[in-house]
Each structure stands twice: as structure tokens, then as C-alpha cells.
Design a protein around this ligand. Structure first.
Ligand code: ZN
Length: 138
């Protein structure tokens, strides 16, 4: 593993709303080459007790022993939305969470990754998935 691969590039990213009333998302403000490390999703590691009691919307379960709370404002990766046809993907390296470009991402595109089946069934399906792929079917 090369060290530089998981070093987030100093890319221009922007937090904004796709349309008025929609939630915030994270957007590329420049072209992002395929395979680059876009950003790290970081936060405080929760204690075991907190894993059960935390009401944070930004919990990220890294493995069965480690969950982080990405709710800190500095963690702009928390604005990345779910997509069933994602342009980014998560790689967990030594307990850290990196968001990688799955393909070339054009400037202005929203960055999204797949939150996973379990999360989708529990939190997204009940509200109706609003990703590009699911939106097409309607
Ligand atoms: Zn979807």
C-alpha cells in the first residue's frame, strides 16, 4: 500500500443544496481523477456505552469494535449523501475511513457513496431513496 494513496488530495469541494429545500450534499468544485482519495471521514471514537446511547446522525461503524461520530463541523465528509449508483466508495484502512473516487468525477457533480444495504433498508428505504438511480425509476 502506497502511503500517498490514502492521503486526501487538497481538492476543492463544496457543501451545498442541490435544490432549495433539499438536504445538503458535498460537491466536487473541480474535476477529480478516478481512484484519488477525496476526503477522510473523521470523528471522535465512541465508547461502547455511547454506541448504544448516541443520537448522532453521523455515526460511522468502522468495525464491530469501533464506531466514530463524524458530527463535528470540520468533518465535511458528513455531508456526502447515499447513492445506489455511487461515484465514490469507502475504504477503511487501519480504522480510518477514506472516501475514494470510484470513477472520474466532473466539477459540479455531487459526491455520493453507497451507505450499504443495512443502512439503506433501515433509514433510506422508509423515506424513499432520492438518489439518481432510484429517481429514474419513478
Ligand atoms: Zn437509491
Amino acid at each position: 500500500m502506497s502511503k500517498s494513496k490514502y492521503q486526501p488530495g487538497n481538492f476543492k469541494l463544496k457543501v451545498k443544496r442541490a435544490t432549495p429545500g433539499a438536504g445538503l450534499g458535498l460537491y466536487a468544485d473541480q474535476d477529480l481523477p478516478k481512484g484519488v482519495c477525496i476526503i477522510e471521514y473523521f470523528g471522535r471514537t465512541l465508547s461502547l456505552a455511547e454506541e448504544y446511547t448516541s443520537r448522532s446522525k453521523y455515526l460511522f461503524e468502522i468495525n464491530s469494535k469501533k464506531t466514530i461520530d463524524g458530527g463535528t463541523r470540520a468533518n465535511i465528509a458528513r455531508y456526502i449523501n447515499h447513492s445506489c449508483r455511487p461515484n465514490a466508495e469507502v475504504e477503511i484502512i487501519k480504522g480510518r475511513v477514506f472516501i475514494m473516487a470510484k470513477r472520474f468525477i466532473k466539477a459540479g457533480e455531487e459526491i455520493a457513496y453507497d451507505y450499504g444495504k443495512e443502512y439503506w433498508n433501515e433509514h433510506i428505504k422508509p423515506l424513499g431513496c432520492r438518489c439518481v438511480k432510484c429517481g429514474e425509476k419513478k
